[in-house]
Design a protein around this ligand. Structure first.
Ligand SMILES: [Mg+2]
Length: 257
């Protein structure tokens, strides 16, 4: 390990889903598969060419009103998609599915089959986002501590680390809610450099709380942004990047370079 002259090593917190790897694409593929399954079961084709936009509009309409948000049960999306294909608008289909106020357009066996395929598709190994391998190696070479902080179960994050070839790049994997206290507590308890950064794809969940804890923040926007999230201008990340290796350059760069 070599440290860049004149630049103190840093503690780098990194979000996992959609920052290190493209979880969103796995969801997109699963949702497109679900749409195909419902089309086949109902015999009704999707009426628009933007198939992902079609199923996502229904997904967002359910999530916006469901108490579990985006973690609502998959069966609701299957039922709502069948209702939408029968002619209802996304919001109306989502509402009828959520409240159970419309008769199902699918036999239970089809629903189960589509749901099983959907869960299987969600287990696919995600691809790494651009520059992740190079950026993590550069951070490691510079002597930085790199800690994953994710609300997903640690075992799940570790499985993806193994499947994507990222083992050995992280000091720790922390499972927890990304509140300002979490960053403060980790920096206080562990023997970590006090110069600290957070890299994440979500302004509200990654950037704002890290900023409140006094960390420098690096926003790495992904493809999908739920419609209820705030603007970058509102949250004000310190840096915005389009490739993960840019984050390493920002963190490792000599102050007078
Ligand atoms: Mg994320």
């Amino acid at each position: 390990m070599s440290q860049t002259d004149g630049v103190p090593p840093a503690t780098v917190f990194v979000d996992a889903d959609n920052t290190l790897w493209d979880t969103d694409r796995v969801f997109a593929e699963a949702q497109l598969g679900l749409l195909s399954g419902v089309e086949a079961a109902t015999g009704t084709p999707c009426p628009v060419s933007d198939r992902l936009g079609y199923v996502r509009a229904i997904d967002q309409a359910i999530a916006a009103r469901h108490h579990s948000g985006l973690r609502y049960p998959a069966k609701l999306l299957i039922k709502a998609t069948a209702l939408a294909l029968s002619g209802k608008g996304a919001v109306e289909a989502a509402r009828a599915s959520r409240l159970g106020t419309a008769p199902s357009h699918l036999p239970a066996s089809s629903e189960e089959e589509i749901e099983a395929l959907y869960w299987r598709a969600l287990k696919a190994v995600p691809v790494l986002r651009p520059g992740v391998m190079a950026g993590l190696s550069a951070l490691q070479d510079a002597g930085c501590a790199v800690l994953i902080v994710s609300e997903a179960a640690r075992g799940k994050v570790e499985t993806v680390i193994g499947a994507t070839g990222l083992e050995g790049h992280f000091t720790r994997v922390i499972e927890g809610q990304k509140r300002p206290e979490l960053y403060r507590r980790v920096l206080r308890l562990a023997r970590l450099p006090k110069r600290a950064f957070m890299i994440g794809d979500q302004l509200d969940r990654d950037i704002a709380p890290a900023k409140a804890a006094g960390l420098a923040t690096i926003y790495f926007p992904g493809g999908f942004r739920p419609e209820w999230t705030p603007d970058a201008a509102e949250v004000g990340p310190d840096f915005t990047i389009t490739d993960f290796s840019e984050a390493a350059r920002i963190i490792v760069a000599s102050p007078d370079a």
